[in-house]
Ligand binder design. Structure first.
Ligand code: FAD
Length: 226
């Protein structure tokens, strides 16, 4: 798109230094609804669900023939309750988001000023969702977005868009912790791939994404039956 076309579809874009834009297509989904759909499929296929039961040691599951450790960011914690050196280590990389109380006419991917990474500005439930960050943590637990992450996202947004967004325009914030296989010094360069480790009757899953979850689940099912 030319500068004029870009400003037409996204009137908030600042004109200064804008040389043009390109369009691409991506999908947006409701993770809670998709997760619930998977649960419903499982239950209608005859599966039994036991929710809210924290497993603190794999030994607690001794009565079962086969076990899959699909605890995402906490996978290493359960793996470490078994003997031997784990085959993989996880990097916990927090991604934070802010919700601005204003509409957004079009989704955008923009480069973070002065950094080799991108951030997004998306229309979401009549508001504007801005994300995300990549902050390495020493634990899988989610402390929520820090003040500096909120400032970082506001500064990135304000670099490209008007009207200026103040901290008072932030209607909500949230974050999640990505379970990434340790593979690079810079979390932006870390692989978004996944890996399996079999220890006795337990299959441990490291990493993965929503977009690859079905493939990963099918492979996990084949491996656990071997
Ligand atoms: C900021 C961010 C951005 C992302 N962006 C994308 C994206 O663009 N595209 C994409 O496809 N995916 C994305 N993801 C998804 C992500 O990459 C993973 O798919 C997801 O976080 C991991 O899913 P999971 O099912 O392995 O773990 P989780 O969804 O974290 O589920 C693990 C479950 O295990 C439970 N649990 C943990 N420990 C125990 C225990 N001891 N006993 C019992 N239960 C336990 C937890 O309560 C939780 O319910 C993003 C994630 C984040 C955080």
């Amino acid at each position: 798109m030319s500068t004029e076309q870009a400003i037409k579809v996204q009137p908030g874009l600042k004109r200064a230094d804008l040389q043009g834009a390109y369009t691409f297509y991506d999908a947006q989904m409701d993770d809670e609804a998709l997760g619930q759909w998977v649960v419903d499929q499982f239950c209608s296929a005859g599966g039994h669900l036991h929710c809210g039961q924290e497993i603190s040691n794999i030994d607690e599951l001794d009565a079962f023939d086969r076990i899959v450790n699909a605890t995402g960011p906490w996978a290493s914690k359960l793996r470490n309750t078994q003997p031997g050196q784990p085959a993989y280590e996880l990097d916990w990389v927090r991604g934070s988001h802010i919700m601005l109380d204003r509409p957004c006419s079009m989704a955008m991917l923009l480069q973070v000023p002065g950094a080799k990474r991108i951030f997004f500005v998306l229309p979401y439930k009549d508001q504007t969702l801005v994300g995300t960050t990549e902050i390495r943590q020493t634990s899988p637990d989610n402390p929520g977005p820090s003040e500096s992450e909120i400032r970082y996202l506001l500064a990135a947004y304000n670099h490209y868009l008007t009207p200026f967004a103040h901290s008072g325009d932030v209607a909500a914030t949230f974050s999640g912790v990505r379970p990434l296989i340790r593979s690079a010094d810079n979390p932006s360069d870390a692989t978004r791939d996944w890996a399996f480790e079999r220890v006795g009757k337990v299959l441990h899953i490291y990493g993965g994404k929503w977009t690859t979850a079905q493939l990963q689940g099918e492979e996990a099912a084949q491996r656990i039956l071997q």
